[in-house]
Design a binder for this molecule. Structure first.
Ligand code: 5GP
Length: 139
């Protein structure tokens, strides 16, 4: 497991503006915010990508994520926001330690910009694909 900058923040080796901490989760302000209040929520478990995370850490993250979103809304006064979690360098992950971004969207020019090249789902292909994913979840 890579020794990332987030590991150093968890260990207190480098500073961060912390907003929440418990035994499994840490949240702090992003050093390069896309908008005011841009916050990162990370598990203390050193998983690189979400698919590698334990159920225990995932549950701990899921429990506090909405609570931290509510706090960011309350403090920034911005009700619209994106929650983003990148996995892999090709998917724009720069720090190889799972992290959820909470990014307030105060207006068109601030916050997260998204390109969304939607295709269309064929009925038969959708049926097969969903069946395969269902089976993979159970295995
Ligand atoms: P990613 O592209 O991996 O999803 O996002 C990594 C995020 O971590 C970026 O938004 C970047 O600004 C943030 N970041 C990188 N290094 C540091 C740091 O040392 N401290 C803090 N607070 N944020 C960091």
């Amino acid at each position: 497991m890579a020794d990332t900058i987030f590991r150093k923040i968890i260990d207190g080796q480098i500073p961060a503006h912390k907003v929440y901490e418990d035994d499994k989760v840490l949240a702090f302000l992003d050093i390069g915010p896309l908008s005011r209040g841009h916050t990162l929520v990370i598990p203390k478990e050193p998983a690189e990508t979400l698919d590698q995370l334990s159920d225990e850490s995932a549950a701990a993250l899921g429990r506090v994520l909405p609570r931290i979103c509510r706090a960011v809304i309350a403090v920034t006064g911005v009700k619209e926001y994106n929650v983003l979690e990148n996995n892999g360098r090709g998917a724009h992950q720069a720090v190889m330690h799972v992290h959820f971004h909470i990014i307030p969207k105060p207006g068109e020019s601030e916050g997260l910009g998204i390109r969304w090249p939607a295709g269309s789902l064929d009925g038969a292909e959708g049926q097969q694909l969903a069946a395969k994913i269902r089976a993979a979840i159970l295995s």
